[in-house]
Design a protein. Structure first.
Length: 163
């Protein structure tokens, strides 16, 4: 039996292939808009897994939970039942207790969905905690700049970038 894939890192971004199943679609056979959020979450989760930073281990060993603080999403084109898509994830700015994540859903070279997220690290008590150094170093592999950046420098809007 083969194991599920965690995707791959290509050209400084994490790429996770997914298939669109019946359960992902509406009555017209098109991916229901809210399911894109699940696909994007899988991309972020599998990125961490591939980097050796699984959610469960971060929570149990370092008391770090990931919380989406902000999400801006653009739905550009539909995906349909049985199609194969890719979720592409990279990091923007890495700050003390949060980071920006840039994601796209693609079908080949065609961009279907773009999203910009701010993800925060929270402790069990609901207070912010610093991004662990090992996680920061691992995420630098998929950072748009390759390293942490100043809080005052922002990444270009997704409409101007291709990740």
């Amino acid at each position: 039996m083969s194991a599920p894939t965690s995707g791959r890192i290509t050209d400084g971004a994490h790429v996770l292939p997914l298939r669109v199943y019946y359960e992902d679609t509406d009555a017209a056979g098109i991916v229901y808009y809210a399911n894109w959020l699940r696909f994007l979450e899988r991309g972020r989760t599998e990125l961490l897994r591939l980097l050796g930073q699984e959610h469960s281990a971060l929570r149990e060993e370092r008391d770090v939970n990931w919380v989406v603080r902000r999400c801006a999403i653009d739905y550009l084109k539909p995906a349909r039942l049985d199609e194969t898509i890719e979720i592409v994830t990279s990091c923007g700015e890495l700050r003390g207790a949060s980071l920006d994540m840039l994601q796209q859903a693609r079908r080949g070279e065609e961009i279907l969905v773009r999203a910009e997220l701010t993800v925060a690290c929270m402790g069990a008590g609901g207070r912010p905690v610093r991004l662990p150094p090992l996680v920061r170093t691992a995420l630098a592999q998929v950072s748009a700049s390759g390293s942490p950046r100043s809080r005052h420098i922002r990444t270009a809007p997704l409409t101007q970038r291709r990740i």
